[in-house]
Design a protein around this ligand. Sequence first.
Ligand code: N01
Length: 547
Amino acid sequence: MPDASHSVARQLDVVMVGAGLAGLYAIHRLRGLGLKVRAYEAGSGVGGTWFWNRYPGARCDVESLEYSYSFSEELQQEWKWPERYGTQPEILKYINHVADRFDLRRDVQLNTRIKSAVFEWTANEWVVKTDTGEEIHARYCVMAAGNLSTPRVPDFKGIHDFKGKWYHSGLWPHEGVDFTGLRVGVVGTGSSGVQMIPIIARQARQLTVFQRTANFSLPARNGPMEEERERKHKAEYPERRAAAMDTPFAIAGYPKPTRSALDLSEAERNEAYESKWQEGGSISYLYAYTDLLVNKASNDTASEFVRNKIRSMVKDQRTAELLAPKDHPIGTKRLCLDTNYYETYNRPNVSLVDVRSDPIQGITATGLRLASGAEHTLDALVFATGFDAMTGALKEIDVRTTDGAALREHWEGGPLTYLGLMVSGFPNMFVITGPGSPGVKTQMIASIEQHVDWIAGAIDHLGRHQLDRIEPTPKAEIEWVHHVNQVADSTLYPLANSWYMGANIPGKPRVFMPYVGGFDRYKKRCDEVAAKNYEGFTLSRHETVAA
Ligand code: N01
């Protein structure tokens, strides 16, 4: 018998997919317009990325005083971050605090996955269906499903034969995992692998890291929050948040570089790199010179400095050379931040296996086998193998319109959006920090707030003008995608096989997805578009047909 409560469709103004940082702020902001909103969340708690990624050592790589909501001065003044970079549990605690403080939970439905979303042209509304059989009708649909929310375990042969336990970084058991005394294998050395490896190494009897591509990592220099630093930052919070809007990464406080790396002598350059290395963090390093992400010769100097650091930290020189990235310029893949990552390879219980030269052939009952036939006996396996980034979450939902358009088909050759916010042919559907947005290249919460505020402005504008439909023109969409690619092509980013390019998913179109023209430039463009009566969008009034 179907649940009676499911037989009547729920009517909303805005249906949202996801109750992470984006969905929660969207509830707060859109409720403020008097709209009836509700977010549907697959997890059993709020928090999105910070709900799922509970692997050992999970921590944000943007400082907490920055990586936090700015919409409430009281919240940002009152919340106390114990460390420079928030740990996963701390950030999740903060998100739960926000959910309670702003009474957001009453508009969140947990343990519910959205299966399909269909735009009904005649009724001018989205009809969304859940895996629990519920149907929701809403004028607007906000996709706040995250960029790195579709975990990907490579299709290794024999994985189900493995007698030990295996885990993915993005689906970590809530009760935690005790690796004490075990022989553990970690596959993957991106941000997740780099963070967990030093911690697992301290627990495991033996840790074997299977590396296909070496990644650059810089020291985070994490530590307890210094009282004076916090006091000063909080005293200047509104000014700092405003200044962040005029920066490429949406983070203030880093002096704008004025010179090319090639304007200095090698000794001067290395002195500057050393000071950034000691300071810790990725922005100060990549922002040391004007051209590190656009000029290969300049980038080579920054890349080589880090390679030499690795050579000096890792005692075994064969291991050091394997760990020293040579296939991409520094910063063109997400730069990792770590605490004792390279030093971990000096431990007697840690070894590095190069699976570029000898690929993983499959998983066996007792471990992992390489193409050469070499066998590694393991009690537990951890996949830090990443996500179907940026498009994965939306492609898992069957997004269509009643005139036969399907998002999966529209995006077959790569994602198409206008400003990363909307898709032509799919009216009244907004995407937060999706492809074409600078989100993943910025302090993400700043981008989330900017996107949501823009969406709120658009919905409010429609309401005030007795309009009820907005969609980008195909021309504006194509021009934006072209611009996103042109900007990327003027940088070194396309030189890396990164998830920015869809390169980590076999068969995924190689299209550069994030906007790397800078948050400041992007925000200006969004503001101009809105000021010019939503240039590039068609706004219309639709006579709703009563059901
Ligand atoms: O995933 P990744 P991630 N055989 O895709 C390897 C954010 N994040 O979860 O490079 C062997 O970066 C793959 O190798 P290769 C952040 O934006 C943030 O670490 O494809 N290896 C790579 O080494 C980040 O960028 C934080 O050759 C295989 C690894 O798995 C994003 O999430 C923390 C393989 C995947 O690296 C994703 O990071 C964590 C195979 N078949 C994550 N398939 C912070 O804020 C894949 N790999 C700190």
